[in-house]
Design a protein around this ligand. Structure first.
Ligand code: GLN
Length: 280
């Protein structure tokens, strides 16, 4: 390991970033900014960088030390094997959400709708895995839709993006076989438990719901789904672990069958799904 990497790492740890985290952020930064792989860095390759490359890293290290997520600094992240462009207008895709995609893969129909698509990660991953499917994605934010469309274009994946406020949206006669959603689900009162990297930088519109109505989006999406799913169609949610069973109850009360709650890799009750009508 060379001096440059050590300097970056200590700038990050002195700013309060945990050691292991600082190490992986440092490695990601060097790989993205100057093309050095982790093994190059371990072999001390960072010592051979020209002064101009080092200077270019300075402002980036400052942003990281302030707590800005590395994915916004590099403008990119990996999701289900796809390179997804991200900017502060969209949530950074999480590993849990990759599990939502895995959970529905193999169960999706030919017409898929993703509600609250953000960067487009779920819709794009499903289109990538099921190229024959017709995938539509809604979001209320024009900025998110522009980031998602850029991602679709760059990845060569054909997804139809539509601006829509799901809290006001009426069923419009179109039917989908599968509806997936990772809507905002963090309660305002949980904000204080979040890392500042999340609450200071990621879009609040994609994260928070009022304490008085934590199921706000689940209620609206479930109602929409009962009139927009084909018989036997699948509704699959990512949810707040505190409310996963309440979301399941909501699905049951709304006429869904085969409902289930699944845990994520961290052992949290995270995914809720069910099929509508037509019990088989
Ligand atoms: N999983 C995200 C977080 O914990 C929240 C995602 C969401 O609100 N849909 O920051």
């Amino acid at each position: 390991m060379g001096r440059l990497f050590n300097d970056i790492r200590s700038a990050l740890t002195s700013a309060g970033i945990e050691c292991g985290e600082a190490r992986s952020i440092g490695l990601m930064l060097l790989e993205w900014a100057v093309g050095l792989s982790a093994s190059d860095v371990l072999a001390g390759g960072d010592d051979e960088l020209p002064a101009c490359a080092r200077r270019r890293l300075c402002p980036l290290v400052k942003r990281l030390a302030m707590g800005e997520p590395i994915q916004y600094v590099t403008g990119t992240t990996q999701f289900c094997g796809l390179n997804i462009g991200v900017k502060p207008g969209v949530l950074i895709p999480r590993p849990e959400t990759e599990e939502l995609v895995e959970a529905v893969t193999g169960r999706v129909g030919i017409n898929i709708l993703d509600i609250g698509t953000g960067s487009g990660c779920i819709a794009l991953a499903l289109k990538h895995i099921c190229p024959m499917a017709t995938v539509t994605a809604f979001d209320i934010s024009a900025e998110a839709l522009s980031i998602a469309s850029d991602n679709a274009r760059r990845l060569g994946l054909d997804v139809r993006f539509e601006q829509c406020d799901i809290l006001a949206k009426q069923p419009d006669g179109r039917l989908w076989d599968t509806i997936v959603s990772n809507p905002p689900y963090v309660c305002d009162e949980e904000r204080c438990e979040m890392l500042p990297t999340v609450s200071d930088y990621e879009p609040h519109i994609a994260l928070f719901v009022p304490d008085s109505d934590p199921l706000l989006f689940y209620t609206a999406i479930t109602r929409f789904a009962t009139r927009s799913l084909t018989p036997g169609g699948l509704l699959a949610f990512e949810a707040n672990r505190r409310f996963a069973f309440e979301v399941e109850q909501l699905l049951r009360r709304s006429g869904f069958d085969h409902t289930e709650v699944r845990q994520d890799i961290f052992g949290n009750n995270r995914f809720v799904m069910g099929t509508y009508g037509l019990t088989t």
